[in-house]
Design a protein around this ligand. Structure first.
Ligand code: MGP
Length: 271
């Protein structure tokens, strides 16, 4: 554990691990508790060790909640997604980030391009229901010098945005997947994702713009994605980092390569 990082209360109580349902109501033995704590700590160590992959400017004072360590999109992936947005949205770039967290994606999306031919500046409405994360997002956006292109709104996107029909040029969502426990099952059930399922997120996204991208677990159930692709075609992109598959980004509308003439559609590939 690096100096200055205390063990969060949630990990001390084992709240991050899945609740164990013992058949008989046995008292938890001390050794079980210690094992749980050790497991939680090694999980936290793993995420903390990746801090410079999450933020190249981490040492300039990036602020995160403990949950953010596993929710934040690693910077190379968020920059890659942002460059896809820039290359596909040429005329206007008003973007909604539905679950903005401490800002990894909103900040990348608000970044300007190195390409001098790109004249349109992006503007991001970053929606986040946790007030502390909103404060941290504003702070982190200042560190990346994009705060003039990010508006942070404290709200649940599903309460705030339904009345804003077709307002945005594109929508991005990196929703909660239920914490690191998503790794325990070989296939991730997108219909059971809480508080909002993948279908609900695409539905809200498409209400706001045809151009939607959603960051999902690498183990997402492809049959469930194929069902969503029956409504509008999707491209599923694997995001690899240092030789490991980290996440999937699912694009629709103008953001998807499959909507160009030559590329195969996702529903074609599934047959
Ligand atoms: P991971 O698979 O939990 O960890 O998260 P790790 O150590 O990168 O996996 P390993 O097998 O390579 O060792 C991988 C990435 O998924 C994280 O960096 C986040 O970008 C993303 N991620 C993980 N979780 C639990 C969430 C989540 O709940 N919501 C969102 N939006 N992203 C998540």
């Amino acid at each position: 554990m690096p100096p200055g990082l205390a063990v969060p209360a949630a990990l001390e109580t084992g709240a991050v691990s899945e609740p164990v349902q013992a058949p008989l109501r046995k008292r938890t033995r001390r050794s079980d508790r210690t094992r749980d704590q050790a497991r939680s700590l090694s999980m936290l160590d793993r995420y903390v060790a990746q801090r410079y992959v999450l933020w190249s400017r981490y040492d300039l004072g990036i602020q995160m909640t403990w949950n953010s360590f596993y929710e934040v999109t690693p910077e190379p992936i968020s920059l890659h997604i942002a460059s896809r947005f820039r290359s596909k949205l040429k005329d206007s770039m008003l973007i909604a980030d539905l679950f903005a967290g401490v800002g990894s994606n909103a900040i990348a999306l608000a970044g300007s391009s190195d390409d001098a031919r790109q004249t349109v500046e992006p503007y991001v409405i970053a929606v986040e229901c946790n007030a502390s994360k909103c404060r941290m997002l504003r702070h982190n956006a200042r560190i990346y010098e994009v705060s003039h292109r990010v508006d942070v709104v404290i709200a649940d996107a599903f309460t705030l945005l339904p009345r804003w029909q077709a307002v945005f040029d594109a929508v991005f969502a990196s929703p909660p997947w239920g914490g690191p426990n998503y790794r325990r099952r070989p296939t991730y059930n997108l219909d059971a994702m809480k508080p909002y399922s993948a279908s609900e997120i695409f539905e809200l996204g498409w209400h706001l713009s045809p151009n939607v991208a959603v960051l999902l677990p690498r183990s997402s159930d492809e049959r469930q994605l194929a069902r969503i692709a029956e409504i509008r075609s999707l491209e599923i992109e694997e995001n690899w980092l240092h030789g490991r598959l980290k996440t999937l980004t699912v694009y629709s509308g103008a953001l998807a390569e499959c909507n160009s003439e030559s590329a195969p559609r996702f529903d074609d590939k599934m047959r």
